[in-house]
Design a binder for this molecule. Sequence first.
Ligand SMILES: C=CC1=C(C)c2cc3[nH]c(cc4nc(cc5[nH]c(cc1n2)c(C)c5CCC(=O)O)C(CCC(=O)O)=C4C)c(C)c3C=C
Ligand SMILES: [Fe+2]
Ligand SMILES: [Fe+2]
Length: 348
Amino acid sequence: MPTPANPKRRVGVLLVNLGTPDSPRTPDVRRYLNEFLTDGRVIDMPAAVRYPLFQGLVVPLRAPKSAKIYQQLWDTERGSPLLYHGLDLQKLVQEQLGDEYVVAFGMRYQNPSIEKGLEELRDAAVDRIIVLPLFPQYAAASTGSVQEKVMDIVSKWWIVPSISFISNFTDDPSFIGTFVTLGKAEMAKHDYDHVLFSYHGIPERHVLKGSFKGYCQLGKCCNTYNKNNRYCYRAQCFETSRLLAKGLGLRDDQYTVAFQSRLQSRLRDPWLQPYSDEVLKEFPKKGIHNVLAFSPAFVADCLETTIEVGVEFKELFEESGGKHWQLVPSLNSHPQWVEGVVNMIRQN
Ligand SMILES: C=CC1=C(C)c2cc3[nH]c(cc4nc(cc5[nH]c(cc1n2)c(C)c5CCC(=O)O)C(CCC(=O)O)=C4C)c(C)c3C=C
Ligand SMILES: [Fe+2]
Ligand SMILES: [Fe+2]
């Protein structure tokens, strides 16, 4: 309800990304991983197994190694790229939307928290709230987790606000268009034999658990994007890739879709395949020596893009006989993307 002091109706917008540690020091990375990897939507094991296994064993072993990688990524002045690009986006989107909207930013894990963002919107007396998780493709482990957290928080408020979620933007013209702009800029600087679209992986089980009436079975079911696989992460990754390829003018044999960042565990559960690291090692044997890599599951530079694709995959490719590897930067706060986010919000 509008307050007498501010009779104008205003819409609240909460932009959310995954999360990042407060600093690249091991204790902060441990705290972040403990929150992340005990989320039942990320590690879908019974809580009685998940907490002792991850807090007691996996996270203590992983945190010092992850901390070293975060130290490589950290900007001395601005900190974690995922955080500062998110804050830049918030500022620019707010400027374009004007004072009919109040734009907040939150992280699913660690800071600034989703709770703080929602409280900012409540304190601004907004009329309704639009939540935009900054994940192009819907996954229960990313978007679903943000939705659960938001609903959990507001369900405990005395006055529960009207809320809507933008659950994915797999095929949004500005999301696709900005990546095409960035990709074409790289293509103008160098000749490439092949393009790799590398997406964050998820366990195959997660896709099967969300399969609508058993439609998605990790096969050709994902070759078209339709009402039966609307929420299938794999189908969405293929759809994003087809649209990017079209925008870049690529034939089907000029690009490969693959999945990265699998969490190696002794359980050896299969993740979405093919695995990016295995695919890229084979490229030189197929005569592919110049590769342009995109990370279209992320809208901002982060550990998984800058370090995993930009540094680690490049080294692996060169060790395997490849000549030139280039990562296309993420959308960050590119003006075309800012305008796209503004349009998505206005259309909601
Ligand atoms: C694109 C959306 C994401 C999905 C889906 C996702 C699933 C998922 N992730 C893990 C495990 C890890 N992910 C890590 C980092 C990370 N993940 C995403 C996004 C998605 N994850 C982002 C944006 C980032 C980068 C954060 C940053 O600060 O730069 C990490 C931490 C890094 C590390 O220690 O290697 C882990 C661990 C699982 C298990 C999973 C699905 C089940
Ligand atoms: Fe992840
Ligand atoms: Fe599918």
